[in-house]
Design a protein around this ligand. Sequence first.
Ligand code: SF4
Length: 272
Amino acid sequence: MKVQIGEKRPKTLLNKGTGFLSGYTHSLNPYTGCSFGCSYCYVRQMPVSLFREGEWGTWVDVKQEAADLLRKELTRAKAKGEVTIFMSSSTDPYQPVEWKQQVTRSLLAVMAEEPPDFLFVQTRSPLVTRDIDLLLRLGNRVRVSMTVETDREDVRKHFSPAAPPIPARLQALKRLKEAGVPAQATIAPLLPSTEAFPDVLAPLVNRVCVDDYFMGDGSGGRRTRQLGIRQKYEELGLEEWYSSTAYQIVLKRLSRVFRDDQLYVSEQGFAP
Ligand code: SF4
């Protein structure tokens, strides 16, 4: 699908952490829009998408002069107290446009020089490994959260055909581990997976977060219902997985190979 790339000059980059992210002082989005365009993306139901003509996933605005702006805002915020940042809440910081535009990389470079107290990097893209050099400079002040909703590629393709393949994400987790960058696998939103999924993750991470639409879409599952996601489960004959208790099955499977203190559910898995 053709993606329209535009430009945007934001007045602010660091926004107050609210709702699901109220554990953070700030959220940070290098782009507006996300070309991964996942079917279940709750941002589809938010004003940023609803008031825009093109369908979610078909447009991305690149934030201009973002590094300069962040440097100023970060210095100001740090002077006031603790700064914990969630990047990103409504876009993927490592979507394809980042290969060329490098907005995320430029923001990380600022944060490597002027470190926040904590930075959470939420992505589903192996491109994050390009920035291992900068992530390492943040030491234990950073955690990369790699979305791996399932170990089934057929399921991934059905729900998010434009997103990176699962094996590439697993490979990225391996590289992060080898490099010594703190990371977790984030099964969110939880999609139908196999019994072997925990064994696939075990050698790659020592921390796993599980979340689903009912706990994690910010509206108790309403936004997801409005997106008609149930139908996508029916198309696969897997509607029993569209349930507020399915996560318990996966959690039980995970607890075969992970300790309790390595498993996090919903908001606690995204906390600083
Ligand atoms: S990668 Fe994240 S922000 Fe982008 S479409 Fe998918 S769920 Fe939405």
